[in-house]
Design a protein around this ligand. Sequence first.
Ligand code: 13P
Length: 250
Amino acid sequence: MNSMYIVANWKMNGDQIFNSHLITTIEKNSVINDASHMIICPSMPYLQQINTQKPSYMILGAQNISQYDNGAYTGEISAPMYSSVGVNHIVIGHSERREYFAESDALLAEKVNAVLANNSTPIFCCGEPLAIREAETQNAFVENQLINSLFHLSSEQLLKVVIAYEPIWAIGTGKTASSAQAQEIHAFIRSVLAIKYGADIADQISILYGGSVKAANAVELFSQPDVDGGLVGGASLIATEFTAIINALQ
Ligand code: 13P
């Protein structure tokens, strides 16, 4: 059985006052407070602030990581460093990292390895740009991302990975994949995992949907059999929206 997750990706947003208010309001209004699968990924300077303030059922996560554990890599943060401040869930390969910071599939494979070697959880992002969707070649595109960055893993390692499918054309655009489109490609992703690792393993992997998830579409998206929760950007910064998304897991 796979687990449901809601991951808040705050991206490069927030400040101490805003963050504090957001966490307090989410805590006050969430009906789910014991699922242990609400992961908040603030900007790195605010990890300690959120860690101190958050209730225990909120899990702290990070938006990016170095593939190295330590050394002369100015500006980078490693998996052991994150762990030491209570961060054991790391988003890897977000399309903004791939697009604006030229992160390749090969580099992302190294980052996945670094996170797993530290016994932390990679939240591995995949998803196609608009031109690929319009050409109807999204399945092959996403399959390649999975093959190139995950398929070197053993079954045991893969079981520790959470996958997030985020079609780039739906990120921050207000244009959500329909629940049928999400279900179709999530089922495809699971089938690709099943061919490589077996259905038993594939069924245990959580596959989240991301891309303009909001209160208005969360219930329908999360009710799809292969959608195991969401990776939420813009709506995770609005307390009423985010609590409604969390509550949609019920
Ligand atoms: P939006 O929810 O703002 O579309 O962003 C999705 C995303 O990129 C989450 O990682």
